[in-house]
Design a protein around this ligand. Sequence first.
Ligand code: ZN
Length: 299
Amino acid sequence: MRFLSSFLLLMIALPTQGRLNVVATTPDLAAIAREVGGSAVNVISLARPTEDPHFVEPKPSLIVKLRDADVLIEGGAELEIGWLPALVDRAGNRKISPGGTGHIKANDGVRMLEVPTELDRSQGDIHAAGNPHYLADPQNACIVARHIEKTLCALEPQSASQFRANTDQFVHDLEAKLAFWRQTLAPFKGQTVVGYHNSWPYFAERFGLRIDLFLEPKPGLPATPTHLAEIIGQMKQRRARVIIVDRYLDRRTAEAVASRTGAKVIEVTHFPGGIKDTEKGYVALMDYLVNALAKAFAR
Ligand SMILES: [Zn+2]
């Protein structure tokens, strides 16, 4: 009996909750949350790394994940506007709804690019918050890590020193790596890289590249022969030699353009796990991108 009661006391003394359930909309946000939370949190991503983050299938299983979440990290710049709001609504979880204690809008404090000065509806997709693909700049990954740290510390103060140490380490590693990545790409400053979709302006700015020609005529629209003829003309003029294509986009069109311009197509991703050798996390992803580009330029 005595043994039983001390056993019960022990049960009460132990934390009743398990690890914090962190749900990120995309795998890049999830990877940063894993760096910050370490073993004290459980992190999942709603979008798969090989999926187009603009068009995630709103499966019922995602609603279940949101219902069980303590924290939701969303980009905050309308990338997920086509699928996330309805899922959050149906999950009915106050903690992770906008204004809730576990809701993180990751782009707070990020200097957004391509914010329209006026909303001109003739330009196709309107992103009032600017271009949402801001995590392609490692400096922005540091800003996001600090937001996640703040929320996790507030929700689980007993692990705060661990979250702080994890984040300091991540930011420190990224800053050291960033200097190395910039050095690697420095010889190719000013070169034009052709994209399929306009999702690399932050990467371009950070590393001094020009990524301003796109195979799709407007965001979300398929390439047309007239538009491609124009792009091919500009590529020849600017001696563009590299085309980058995300996994989930149309590589065949890129190959066709490459065969007419002598350019090389390389597969890219915004997401750890989107391509082999990027599974390990955000640093592995940037390593892959920088090295793949440097190799393509130097050939
Ligand atoms: Zn986009």
